[in-house]
Design a protein around this ligand. Structure first.
Ligand SMILES: [Zn+2]
Length: 147
């Protein structure tokens, strides 16, 4: 397994920390939204169905963020342990450019492609895209080519 240089792991740590802060901040925004909603309860019962729908959308979003935050924490652990660039399927090194673009990934590009083919075959209707959810946010869209 190839080892990341100090500069490379420092850069990855920075990417992960920025993403972590962004998620914590948006979780706080979600909390403020919930508190505003609580203050409005009882004022107007006519829009309850709509409110309920908005609220559950917002909860789903925070579940997704919670999952992402967990993945980021795991990636930071792997970075600390020196295993962040080891593919969990084949143990081959994950390319550094891929790690910077998708720091929560645990698969090298060829295992990732294998898994995406399997996922596409088994769950084509779900619209989910594997475990690389960081790249799906427009704010953190990398300018690197997507291999
Ligand atoms: Zn692999």
């Amino acid at each position: 397994m190839s080892v990341l240089t100090n500069q490379e792991s420092g850069q990855l740590r920075e990417v992960l920390r920025i993403e972590q802060l962004r998620l914590v901040q948006s979780a706080k925004d979600g909390l403020a939204y919930s508190m505003n909603r609580d203050r409005n309860i009882g004022r107007d019962s006519g829009d309850e169905a709509m409110e309920e729908e908005l609220f559950s959308t917002e909860l789903r979003l925070r579940d997704r963020e919670k999952g992402l935050l967990y993945k980021i924490n795991c990636a930071i652990d792997r970075l600390t342990a020196g295993t962040i660039n080891a593919c969990e399927d084949c143990s081959e090194p994950i390319g550094f450019r891929r790690l910077v673009a998708r720091p929560v990934t645990t698969l090298c590009i060829s295992c990732k492609e294998d898994r995406e083919r399997e996922e596409a075959a088994s769950a084509s209707a779900s619209g989910l895209r594997g475990d690389d959810a960081i790249g799906s946010s427009s704010e953190s869209q990398s300018s690197l080519p997507d291999e």
